[in-house]
Design a protein around this ligand. Sequence first.
Ligand code: ATP
Ligand code: MG
Length: 259
Amino acid sequence: MFQAFTITSGKGGVGKTTLTVNLGISLALLNRETCILDADIGMANMALILGMDEVPVTLHEVLAGKADIEDAVYEGPAGVKVVPSGISLQGFQQADPDKLRDVMHKLVDQCEFLLIDAPSGISKEGVVPLSVADQVILVVNPELASMADALKTKILCEVMGGNVYGAILNRAGQEHTELRSQSVEDVLGVRVIDVVPEDASVRRAAAYKTPCVLKYPNTDASRAFRRIAAQMSGVEYKEETGDPGQEGFVDRLARAVFR
Ligand SMILES: Nc1ncnc2c1ncn2[C@@H]1O[C@H](COP(=O)(O)OP(=O)(O)OP(=O)(O)O)[C@@H](O)[C@H]1O
Ligand SMILES: [Mg+2]
């Protein structure tokens, strides 16, 4: 089973951070020791999404050689471990992306799954995460610009010696003009792991600084996040049955929130 996944896209704003956070929490709810790492060191927003933007030590200090990675790991929702990046420009300037490989190796020793939220674009800090993880997940939206950038990222990943696990088609809707899974597979030459629908609950949850899978567990997007997490961890995906004898997702969620 693979441990470290980089979640990337090429194009910005397609849902990398949303997926990293919601998949990380879904894996934690499957009782997998999971760590999510914000490698978008220039435009970090995982901490903002999780309401953790005032933590004293972040990945910036670690990549600047000023702190150990252990000091930048925080407990997030449902027990997921979170390594946020800082939001200051000075912190970004001092961070050395080449140190990411070391950081990743140390984190992998401490968890079953490591999800790395990569920056968009093909800057150095965008490229390093492509080769450090065991597997790369390409996030695409159902439109051509997103596909073109994902294709470039896939090629770059292969050049860097990385492996592509598959693509996630995020924000899929009902528009007849938009691209479908089959086109994504044809163009990118990778399998579509799953499709996450365009779902207003994702944006609404972000406004509450609470990830969708926790705030709105019964929406289609949250179901998709849990389905993907189940696939990544090699377990069969089951929806809640309401069977009183079996601890289900809602029970685990309540346990995680109130512990
Ligand atoms: N399935 C979805 N349905 C509705 N809105 C979504 C969905 N996925 C993501 N979004 C919204 O799209 C916006 C961009 O998402 P996100 O920040 O995760 O993208 P990103 O790829 O990390 O962006 P960046 O490249 O800037 O880091 C956010 O407002 C998020 O709430
Ligand atoms: Mg992001």
